[in-house]
Design a protein around this ligand. Structure first.
Ligand SMILES: Cc1ncc(COP(=O)(O)O)c(C=O)c1O
Length: 295
């Protein structure tokens, strides 16, 4: 990654990546190359443009018309993506490596690599949304590193400044010079307070912390697999989705009543613990989750 633009949220980080891709594609291929392909079940934010990018109809319903130029395809169906890219004159493909709001579903290395190779061959911009998966959560600095791919743009936010509002759009070689002065900007983006928090967070995401993230994830998987009322566990690193026999909402409620904050993602219980949670606390939390899921 060669350059970074700082904003205030994940949605804004995605808006910047989309603008960069559209400007690049229009200059390289012509103004009718503006469509961004995203995946069904994705989540990219709540502004009108990032809602359009979000491949879940129920988020769109009350807010139409949305920004045009977005189409979503089934995750994992590479042939559909290629056909759509040809038909719609794609400017970019934008996706999460693990669909967070979509049920904590990893898209898989094979599919990610195929999409990357196709984008490279056809000069289509590849944007990876690391808003939820980034900053060490996956066990690597960014989740795409687990798949060995090289995107042209990466958006991130959430944990980046440890709870203060900061979004970042990282632009690689292809896009680094795409914006001219005045093409993009933000009053509060890159403010010193939030950036100081990000410097502190990033200085702590070292190999030791990432190894701990992997060890904690392994512990959660080992403890919960086969436990009463738990049917399946998905995710990557400390981003974990649990399919429970009981409705996920019920399990989340019981967890909260017993001091563990978690949330749902589709029909799963979603865990996004602090990466530096200590093991004693993690063990207590896992016990609460086990009891909440059991009948
Ligand atoms: C993958 C992904 N992208 C984008 C967003 C939007 O981020 P923000 O709420 O900071 O605008 C989210 C928020 O949940 C997200 O999970």
């Amino acid at each position: 990654m060669s350059k970074v633009f700082f904003s205030n949220s994940g949605a804004e980080a995605n808006e910047c990546a989309i603008k960069a891709a559209r400007k690049y594609a229009a200059a390289e291929k012509g103004e009718d190359y503006y469509t961004v392909i995203t995946l069904k079940n994705s989540f990219h934010g709540r502004t009108l443009t990032t809602l359009a990018a979000t491949g879940q109809e129920h988020y769109h319903e009350l807010f139409k018309p949305l920004t045009p130029g977005f189409v979503s395809v089934e995750a994992g169906n590479f042939e559909e993506l290629v056909k759509t890219a040809e038909e719609c004159k794609a400017a970019a493909v934008m996706m999460e490596c693990v669909q967070g709001e979509g049920g904590v579903v990893p898209i898989g290395e094979e599919y990610a690599k195929k999409v990357e190779a196709y984008c490279k061959e056809n000069n289509i911009v590849l944007i990876i949304d690391e808003v939820q998966t980034g900053n060490g959560r996956s066990g690597k600095l960014y989740s795409y590193m687990n798949y060995g791919i090289n995107p042209d743009a990466v958006s991130t936010a959430k944990g980046l400044a440890g709870g203060l509002p900061l979004g970042a759009t990282l632009l690689g070689e292809k896009l680094k010079d795409v914006f001219a002065h005045g093409d993009h900007g933000s009053t509060f983006g890159g403010n010193p307070v939030c950036c100081a928090a990000a410097v502190s967070v990033l200085s702590r995401i070292d190999d030791k912390l990432l190894d701990e993230v992997k060890a904690k994830a392994e512990y959660i998987h080992k403890e919960l697999s086969g436990s009463e009322g738990i049917e399946d566990i998905s995710g990557m690193g400390l981003m974990i989705g649990i399919k429970t026999a009981k409705p996920a909402g019920e399990v989340v409620k019981t967890c909260m009543e017993n001091g563990v904050l978690c949330l749902t993602a589709k029909d799963r219980v979603r865990l996004l613990p602090a990466l530096n949670i200590d093991f004693d606390l993690l063990k207590k939390a896992v016990d609460v989750i086990k009891k909440a899921a059991a009948n």
